[in-house]
Design a protein around this ligand. Sequence first.
Ligand SMILES: Nc1ncnc2c1ncn2[C@@H]1O[C@H](COP(=O)(O)OP(=O)(O)OP(=O)(O)O)[C@@H](O)[C@H]1O
Length: 321
Amino acid sequence: MIATESLSKRFPRVTALDRLSVDIGPGVTGLVGANGAGKSTLIKILLGLSPASEGRARVLGLDVATEGAAIRERVGYMPEHDCLPPDVSATEFVVHMARMSGLPPTAARERTADTLRHVGLYEERYRPIGGYSTGMKQRVKLAQALVHDPQLVFLDEPTNGLDPVGRDEMLGLIRRIHTDFGISVLVTSHLLGELERTCDHVVVVDGGKLLRSSSTTDFTQTTTTLAIEVTDSDEHPDGTRAVREALHARGVDTHAEGAGLPGAGHILLLTAAGEETYDLVRDVVADLGLGLVRMEQRRHHISEVFTGSDEQRKEAVGHGG
Ligand SMILES: Nc1ncnc2c1ncn2[C@@H]1O[C@H](COP(=O)(O)OP(=O)(O)OP(=O)(O)O)[C@@H](O)[C@H]1O
């Protein structure tokens, strides 16, 4: 769907994209990074709206440097900032956008009605946009990106300014754009957690550079943290504590955060150095005469890429590519 090769964009004072090479396939892809990471800049280059300083990019096989108009016919775009005229209704605006992308009048009206219904705007679609809530405006922006039935849409921070309920509804809509219509999606966010449920694939950028590109499952499962739960016994009424002390005696520290997990103090978390850690835990538990209820790798959340400790961050981000 999208392929960039050593793509750079330099402004006089800042390098917004720095030799970014990434391949993005069909489905729902999250483009995540802190504010200023280069997400909007990348989208504008991919739409052929802004030239790259260096490197190349193709969207749906088309060259962004020379085939921008053809790309924009096939790709929908929901910009980050408010760009809606306050005095016209959602219907008038979306019909206008449909006509601009070449649909005849009747088709434009029909597609507008269908698309506004799909994004959840009903009677209010006849009222001027100026009186809409942020959530309704985001829906109009989404509708105008979809009205010409594109193969791919770029959604720039679609959940910006929404409350948690509005955000969940928007994320549900985004998922359905792909499942109901087969349209692929590239969606940006600075909130990593919200992309976990929505995206098949996640691309992380930081300072214009690619940090990582991988499937969401790889992202959330890359971990070396083990969660362990054991039984108690007459000899060791607090089995968890006995295992913790035995592991400490052998130089293996458990993480304090285990105490806060569901299971109230019965779960030990530790960093696995490799196969030998599994063997050590099994032996320690057996030596104490306790039962091992579970020993499993703990899932990582994408948000740990940015909010975790340096160690977690290295572990979750891996080595890029
Ligand atoms: N037209 C421009 N002129 C100069 N600098 C720019 C221009 N557009 C973007 N930048 C700079 O390039 C960097 C990347 O900006 P960009 O808007 O792509 O980031 P972003 O990841 O989309 O963040 P945000 O979500 O805050 O928009 C920022 O440092 C920004 O200030």
